[in-house]
Design a protein around this ligand. Structure first.
Ligand code: HEC
Ligand code: HEC
Length: 367
């Protein structure tokens, strides 16, 4: 009886003491990282995030530092940012193919990195399902950074700064191949471009007829882009999505670059119908991201337009949209449909999608 009374009084005193001192307590030293919510422009579709890799302020800051760190290449001479340069829309500056840290040249054009949360497959052939899974490839490729990811982990563990930064971002998990990949992916996921370009302003103000707000030339270009008789671009590049990315049924397509395609998405799926199909890229920021296509074969947008006009080549998997503009009786040779004026107009429209602020936004620059 007496004993239980003591316990009761003791508990009351303890709880009073806990209550009275808690408001002034400093925060516990091991508080978790701070959740970060993405700034997504109004009316954009939902991003594809990875539930296991919730974005945090600390994780993104760590990923940013890693993205710019040459320590992640075998010989310490190359960072992700060397091929994905902010000033060039996070692509390689005017290079057809990039050179890796050991001087070996690659076989694909470096892709711009923005709005990656809205893709369903990464790399030109979509062989990687998530950003988190992708990172090991460029790090380890001999013609890229040439560093085994396990070696990268050991290097980071031995570094004077990184262990504390990983502890803040991923408390109790340490530096592992997973936390390394997750941190970089978190940073990539924050690079979002658009919302305030001229195109976005016109589209937000008049979704049905954005051309009413454009100059005469831009409006002609937009109408040619969405006309089946002229550009006929919209079946693959979706002007109804504010992202101006691919249409959902043609996220990967064969746009007639080669008469005998020998790769493309077939490498990822093994499906013969995917031969010569590549990821349909975003048409945002084209002024900064040339040269164009998976092999960087076109230096100018005029060359790109001429390809769709008179240059595309027939192959078994070429998209039906292009076949419409080919002459069946003449081995599917293209039937040109665009004048020089049409091409110039379409290019004037595409330039409405340039977002100069992305190139200098301090959130994504070298920390
Ligand atoms: C030597 C140049 C080079 C380096 C260094 C490099 N990349 Fe790349 N990146 C490329 C090329 C080339 C491609 C296209 C590869 C392909 O399709 O096979 C690419 C594609 C990508 C993509 C796919 C984008 C999309 O829309 O599908 C992402 C993401 C990416 N890189 C992130 C990174 C990260 C993160 C690092 C650092 C760990 C890195 N890259 C280092 C050249 C490079
Ligand atoms: C059949 C689908 C399809 C049609 C129609 C189409 N495109 Fe494409 N576009 C693609 C694909 C797929 C790629 C990437 C191909 C590759 O690199 O192998 C691409 C690439 C591009 C690129 C290069 C972007 C970069 O970052 O390298 C531009 C610019 C472009 N298209 C503009 C247009 C315009 C303008 C039209 C209309 C005249 C058009 N496209 C019609 C599917 C299409």
């Amino acid at each position: 009886m007496k004993k239980s009374l003591y316990i009761l009084i003791g508990t009351a005193i303890l709880s009073f003491w806990l209550q009275s001192c808690s408001p002034d307590d400093p925060p516990a030293p091991e508080e978790g990282p701070t959740q970060l919510s993405l700034e997504i422009p109004d009316n954009w579709p939902k991003p594809n995030l990875l539930a296991e890799n919730q974005l945090t302020v600390e994780g993104v800051a760590l990923g940013r530092k890693l993205f710019y760190d040459k320590m992640l290449s075998g010989n310490g001479t190359q960072a992700c940012a060397d091929c994905h340069n902010q000033g060039a829309g996070f692509t390689d500056v005017q290079k057809k193919f990039s050179t890796g840290s050991e001087g070996l040249v690659g076989t694909r054009n470096a892709m711009p990195l923005f709005n990656l949360n809205w893709s369903h497959g990464y790399f030109w052939d979509g062989r990687q399902p998530t950003l988190e899974s992708l990172i090991q490839e460029p790090m380890e490729a001999h013609n890229e950074m040439n560093l085994e990811i396990e070696t990268a982990v050991t290097r980071l563990q031995d570094d004077p700064e990184y262990p504390a930064l990983f502890q803040k971002a991923f408390p109790g998990q340490g530096i592992t191949t997973t936390t390394l990949r997750f941190a970089i992916a978190q940073f990539l996921r924050t690079i979002i471009s658009g919302g305030d370009t001229k195109w976005d302003q016109y589209f937000a103000a008049n979704r049905l007829n954005p051309e009413k707000l454009m100059t005469a030339q831009e409006a002609r270009g937009y109408l040619a882009f969405i006309s089946e008789e002229k550009g006929d671009c919209f079946h693959c590049h979706n002007p109804l999505s504010p992202l101006l990315n691919n249409t959902s049924d043609r996220e990967f397509a064969n746009n007639g670059l080669d008469a005998q395609p020998d790769s493309g998405r077939i490498k990822a799926t093994g499906n013969p119908n995917d031969l010569g199909k590549f990821k349909t890229p975003s048409l945002r920021n084209l002024s900064f991201t040339g040269p164009y296509m998976h092999d960087g074969r076109f230096e100018t947008l005029d060359q790109v337009l001429e390809h769709y006009n008179s240059g595309f080549k027939y192959s078994a998997t070429i998209d039906a949209v292009l076949i419409k503009h080919a002459d069946k009786d003449n081995n599917y040779a293209p039937i040109p449909r665009l004048t020089q004026q049409d091409k110039d107009d379409i290019i004037a429209f595409l330039k409405l999608l340039d977002d100069e602020t992305m190139l200098t936004n301090p959130k994504w620059s070298k920390p």
